[in-house]
Structure formats: structure tokens, C-alpha cells
Write a protein that binds this ligand. Structure first.
Ligand SMILES: O=C(O)CCC(=O)C1=CC=C[C@@H](O)[C@@H]1C(=O)O
Ligand SMILES: [Mg+2]
Length: 369
């Protein structure tokens, strides 16, 4: 297949409510919604997941747009591609910028699956016909607010609750949640808010039977995560620390974690995510699919990835209504009894809604040589 045209839509969507984390609050999300068109006029769709500010990783919506426009699209246009795995090789001269690469590599995967008459799940080697939906709850104003949200999500059937912790908002809040919900599958995401000096304090979480503590230490701190894992019972899950298969090999070698949160954008695309999944399966590391407050196209990719065999833990992928009044796909993603059906139709299995994309597009740029 040959990509002869790329359309980038700068889409701006307002979250139903602000999402608070230890490094800031997101209310409006700028998203590059990418359409790649081949020599036969077929379209593949992708979505950049970068946040507005360089707080989760060094990438932002603006850096993504720049790298896509000035480097990745020119490298991709009019290149003969037989499999999406080649995209990573074509992009290899460009360092890092994983979310920018993943956004357009995903569109090539969607196009490839459609041309091959395959669902994206099948094209990746997926085996699950439905995936378990977990929910990530941002920092709440009060304990009562948090309890109310947890109650509501459990009533909707969500299979796992993820809450944010940081120094001064950790043991006490986890204890209170555990007292109120003794059996709920519960995990905590620290987003690198701690250091090794907090080991004794973090060990206090061991009594609450957490599924995991996600990214307690710094993103570059694979060595100290190994020291921390030896000192606490709660399984460590790495998120920001894992940006490549190489990072996974280091973490496995050192014993830095027992679980990995795979995010397609953070690791540079679906080919890399699939390879990380395989390596983790061979090395006894459980994986789940993390979220980046995606709109529907990004959500569709997460669903396809989560259909791979070793995604044994509920991920962050909830329904479209978790974040959006209206989504940019038809049908929207829905959760029924805590499960999301993996589409069997070709490609990402959801139809991008050109009307809503247009409605939320603030700028569109077309690239062709
Ligand atoms: O997309 C979702 O529903 C979960 C989002 C989420 O929890 C996160 C997204 C981006 C950065 C963090 O705030 C957090 C995470 O680290 O997983
Ligand atoms: Mg995280």
C-alpha cells in the first residue's frame, strides 16, 4: 500500500468534567485526528494521545503536530509499505517522539487491517472477544466525592478501580476506601510522586491488598523501582518508565516491576505494544492497557490491543461517555456489565464520524506530494 495523502484534523474536545492528576488538570483536550489515504482511496484513522502540557512525558499536542507535519508525514508519503511493522523502521531516523509516531502508525495499522479484510484485533493476533473495563478516577475534592464515584462505577459493573495517590493523600485515603469497599479490585497510581526515601511509608500500603501501585518513583528510575519492589509486598506496575521494549528488558532483568501498563502512544505504536506484550508474556509480567483520555479512535486501538492473550488485568478503557458528551466515532464505545465487546468488523471496528470530527475541528491540514 502507498499513502498518497494525509489529513490532519486539529480537534478540540471538552471533557465532561476536569480530570485532576498529581501534575495538573485537563478540561479541554487538543487531539490530532489523522486520516491516511492510500492509492486506492481507502482511509485509515489514527489519534494522537499527547496531553496539553509536557507533564506525563515530554510530548504535547503541539510537539506531536510539529513532528508529524515536519518529519513523519514527509517520511511516509508515497512509500511502498507491505506491513505496518515497517513504519517503525521508516521513522527510525527520528528520535523518540513516541506519541507522534504512534498516532500515524495506528492509522497505517487501521488501513492495513481494512485492506486485509481483518479486524484490527485479528491483525494483531488478538484472542479475546470482550475485554474487562476498569476505571481511572482523578483526584477528587473529598473522600465522600470519591466514595460516590466508586459506588457509581461499581454499580455500572466496572471490574477495577484506579485512584490517584501522592504524599499526604495516600495511606489514609486508601484505608478509607478499603474500609468502605473491602473487596473491590483496587489500585493506586502515584505518577512518580515518591522517592526511595518513602519506602517505609509506602510499605504501609501492603496491608490494603492493592492489585498494584503504579509508577511510584521517577520515570527514569528503573533501578530504584527494583530496590523498592524488594522492600514492599504490593506489586509495582510501571507506566511512564516503559517507553520501549528495551526498557521492559531492563525492568525484567532488574526486577523493577511485576506488572506493566502498556499505552500505545507512550511506546511508539501498536507494533511496539504488541512486541512488549509478547515479551511480558514470555517473562511472567502481567500487562493491562492504560488510557490517555482518548477520544473514540484512540479508544478503539486500546480495545484491539487489550484483546491480546496476556492482557489479563482490567485496563483504563471505559466507554466514550466516561469523558465525552459525544464521541467522534459510530457507534460509541459502550461498557455492558463491565465488559467491552471487541469489534469483529474490519479495521478499528468503529466508523469515524466525519460530522462530529468536523464540528470539533479547529484547523485541518492536508499533505500530499
Ligand atoms: O484514560 C483514562 O481513563 C486514564 C487516564 C489516566 O489515568 C492517566 C492518563 C495520563 C496520565 C495520568 O494522569 C494517568 C496515568 O498515569 O495513567
Ligand atoms: Mg499511570
Amino acid at each position: 500500500m502507498i499513502i498518497t495523502k494525509v489529513i490532519m484534523n486539529h480537534v478540540r474536545m471538552r471533557l465532561r468534567e476536569p480530570f485532576h492528576t498529581s501534575f495538573g488538570t485537563i478540561q479541554d483536550k487538543d487531539i490530532a485526528v489523522i486520516e491516511v489515504i492510500d492509492e486506492k482511496g481507502n482511509s485509515g484513522w489514527g489519534e494522537s494521545v499527547a496531553l496539553p502540557d509536557p507533564t506525563y512525558t515530554e510530548e504535547t499536542f503541539k510537539t506531536n503536530w510539529h513532528i508529524l507535519e515536519d518529519y513523519l508525514i514527509p517520511l511516509l508519503l508515497n512509500r511502498e509499505i507491505s506491513h505496518p511493522d515497517e513504519v517503525g523502521v521508516i521513522f527510525s531516523p527520528i528520535r523518540r517522539n513516541y506519541m507522534a509516531k504512534a498516532a500515524i502508525e495506528g492509522a497505517v495499522w487501521d488501513l492495513y487491517a481494512k485492506r486485509s479484510d481483518l479486524s484490527l484485533s485479528d491483525a494483531l493476533g488478538g484472542t479475546r472477544k470482550s475485554i474487562e473495563a476498569g476505571i481511572s478516577i482523578g483526584i477528587q475534592q473529598s473522600k465522600e466525592e470519591l466514595f460516590k464515584k466508586i459506588e457509581g462505577y461499581l454499580e455500572e459493573g466496572f471490574k477495577r478501580i484506579k485512584i490517584k495517590i501522592k504524599p499526604g493523600m495516600d495511606v489514609e485515603i486508601i484505608k478509607a476506601v478499603r474500609e468502605r469497599f473491602p473487596d473491590v479490585p483496587l489500585m493506586a497510581d502515584a505518577n512518580s510522586a515518591y522517592t526511595l526515601k518513602d519506602t517505609d511509608h509506602l510499605r504501609k500500603l501492603d496491608e490494603f491488598n492493592l492489585l498494584m501501585i503504579e509508577q511510584p518513583l521517577g520515570a527514569d528510575d528503573i533501578i530504584n523501582h527494583a530496590k523498592l519492589q524488594k522492600a514492599i509486598k504490593t506489586p509495582i506496575c510501571l507506566d511512564e518508565s516503559i517507553q520501549s521494549l528495551d526498557d521492559v528488558k531492563k525492568a525484567v532483568e532488574l526486577g523493577s516491576c511485576q506488572i506493566i501498563n502498556i499505552k500505545i502512544g507512550r511506546v511508539g505504536g501498536l507494533s511496539s505494544a504488541r512486541d512488549i506484550h509478547q515479551y511480558c508474556k514470555e517473562n511472567g509480567i502481567a500487562v493491562w492497557c492504560g488510557g490517555m483520555l482518548e477520544a473514540g479512535i484512540g479508544r478503539a486501538f486500546n480495545i484491539a490491543l487489550s484483546s491480546l492473550e496476556n492482557f489479563t488485568l482490567p485496563g483504563d478503557t471505559a466507554g466514550s461517555a466516561r469523558y465525552w458528551e459525544e464521541d467522534i466515532i459510530n457507534p460509541e464505545v459502550v461498557v455492558v456489565d463491565g465488559l467491552i465487546e471487541v469489534p469483529s468488523s474490519i479495521g478499528i471496528g468503529y466508523e469515524p464520524n466525519r460530522e462530529t470530527i468536523k464540528k470539533y475541528t479547529v484547523n485541518q491540514t492536508i499533505y500530499s506530494k
